[in-house]
Design a protein around this ligand. Structure first.
Ligand SMILES: [Zn+2]
Length: 228
């Protein structure tokens, strides 16, 4: 009897969470791709823009694979696996344009890690638990399904010396210019309480030019944008 009660209350909590999230105000609405995947739909001047939200709260299921994964025509760091060189098709042209614009300004950007499958993230997480313990793994590695890399819509950028930190000319250029090509710095400095992730100057996420400009100009995160 106790067990049944537990199950029922668990179910009610899940329903409340799902319904609660639907109440994000304004023009934002959400629908499920499947059981776990949440696509946040935003209405803007150009009509509907669909934005996939993945963070520590909203994850993707194991079988979510972006459509038309492709390898962009950019340079990659030596350590990139074949899988990591892929991004979703919609990201290919903007990414190539971004890298080209950098080159014009004397900035050489390399791709480091784009798409990562659920399985890859699972391996990364498991290995980290084995090497450093669960506590450290939980602090630094996204659990499978909760890494934005599974969307194919983001990529970690690096430079030739592999030191991509604030103050390096490549990281500063990326922070100032990526919005012009539809990308945002997904995990800005000082926003861990909102994004759940420490500052990562190398991780850019494609959201389209209009949304990227808004987020850049207002110095906000994707989470804040979706909850305006
Ligand atoms: Zn990343």
């Amino acid at each position: 009897m106790r067990k049944v009660y537990k199950k029922v209350s668990g179910f009610i909590i899940i329903v409340l969470i799902i319904c609660g999230f639907r109440y994000i105000d304004g023009n934002t609405s959400i629908y499920s791709l499947n059981d776990k995947d949440k696509l946040v739909e935003v209405t803007n001047a150009n009509g509907n823009e669909k934005i996939l939200l993945v963070n520590e709260k909203y994850g993707l299921s194991g079988n979510y694979v972006p459509e038309e994964l492709s390898i962009p025509n950019i340079l990659f760091s030596n350590g990139s696996s074949d899988e990591e060189k892929h991004v979703a098709r919609t990201v290919v042209n903007p990414l190539e344009e971004l890298v080209k614009a950098g080159k014009k300004d004397g900035i050489i950007l390399l791709g480091n890690s784009g798409y990562r499958s659920y399985k890859s993230q699972e391996d990364i997480y498991k290995n980290r638990v084995i090497s450093q313990g669960k506590k450290l793994a939980d602090a630094y590695v996204a659990k499978p399904g909760f890494s934005e890399h599974q969307t194919g819509l983001c990529i970690d950028i690096t430079n030739k010396n592999g030191y991509f930190a604030k103050g390096s000319k490549e990281a500063d250029w990326l922070a100032d210019n990526c919005y012009r090509f539809g990308f945002i710095i997904r995990y800005p400095y000082g926003k861990k309480n909102i994004t759940g992730i420490e500052y990562e100057p190398w991780h850019i996420r494609y959201v389209g030019k209009e949304v990227a400009k808004y987020i850049h100009d207002n110095r906000i995160t994707l989470e804040e944008y979706l909850q305006r």
